[in-house]
Design a protein around this ligand. Sequence first.
Ligand code: 5AD
Ligand code: SF4
Length: 473
Amino acid sequence: MTKKLYIKTYGCQMNVYDSERMADVLAPLGYGLSDRPDDADLVILNTCHIREKAAEKVYSDLGRLKAPQQEKSETGGRMIIAVAGCVAQAEGDEIMARAPQVDMVFGPQTYHRLPEMISKAKRAAGEKILDTDFPAEDKFDHLPEERVRKGEVTSFLTIQEGCDKFCTFCVVPYTRGAEFSRPATTVLQEARRLVADGVREVTLLGQNVNAYHGEGADGREWGLGRLCRELAEIDGLERIRYTTSHPRDVDDALIAAHGEVEKLMPYLHLPVQSGSDRILDAMNRKHTADEYRRIVDRLRAARPDLALTSDFIVGYPGESDQDFADTLKLVTDIGYAGAFSFKYSERPGTPAASMREQVDETVKSERLIALQQLLDSQQEAFNASMVGKTLPVLLEKPGRHEDQLVGRSPFLQPVHLNIPVSRHAAMIGTVIDCEITGLSGHSLFAAPPGDAGPLSENSASHRPNSGQERISA
Ligand code: 5AD
Ligand code: SF4
């Protein structure tokens, strides 16, 4: 009988990838994914420690699990509760103390050991399992090759983990550990397997993904630019993206790849955090605002339609009105297609948490509102500028209405278009050029492709060297 597994994922894309891989590890043990925790045999909370709010949520969710766990044991069953991810790594002992109903706590580097942990937990009810090692063995070598896929057209692929940058506000170097790059051959193999399963777009993941320096087929270290070129050679893979990157690690080879590798999408998340040199220095970001501007100039020179997104922190300790004005100025100068912005959150153990000049919460809130207004207006203008353009859209899945498909533009905008349901199966996973006719919120609407007839064997492909069939509008 299949056992029910419920995984809740908090935080970043890396956690989404990790949750999928945990499901892969558990499938051979008879665990099937369930979308509710109520009756689950195993609940995994895959947690995020980046800001205080995210971390605190775990404890309230654990509280809510008490009743279903109790119910399950009253009916003779057992619900094993596990806390995984970055809160587990950072606060393992505290979780055990604060939430006694938790059976297992394990960090992001040990989930390949899940089968052993589960059998231990089963053998000795009441025994707590804590595994927050940074093991010498590489977890990727111990994960099953087969992935439990649900027919998605797009997939994450972790190529790098950890971070050596030590920005003063950030927990990542402590929770995810030192930088580690997977060998390029393994990455390419995994990408080929995904493509064979129907995946058409991969998003390469890493906490500092452009610090990638994995061993290549020639025994040398390959950077991200080289890796993207090699991935682009895979027939059937249509789109390559990566996230999240650090400005200091944008090298010449990566800039050149943006200019020359057509499959590399012109949409780049390049967090800057602040536009003030004083604050950037205090944050240990290792670059100035002008250096960031110059990197963006070079990227745009290589790929003129490149759209940029960023992360921002307001209210970092010591941030003055002038520092904040410098951030607004940088945003105005760059012109973003979207961004995430956050109030600075004190994280235990990070250097910034012990700085004296913490900024008042109300000032943080005011600055956040002002920054978000500016960023929202830039995003709206960017989306509006799509109307009337013809964009290649990767069709991903059926829409909310019966005769509708949803895909993504190169800039990750959802694009809705009316296509008869009879054609959906043939069209999902293909890239079609379509004219953007309107927008609503963050979504675009497109005219259906001109030829609504049956797919033609020799429909025109608008990019050379593409093994993927396309339908031109
Ligand atoms: N407070 C607020 N935001 C933070 N981030 C990371 N650490 C903190 C913190 N202590 C933000 C940064 C980073 C994004 C993932 O989260 O902007 O790029
Ligand atoms: Fe955190 Fe990113 Fe800085 Fe690394 S580069 S410490 S992950 S903010």
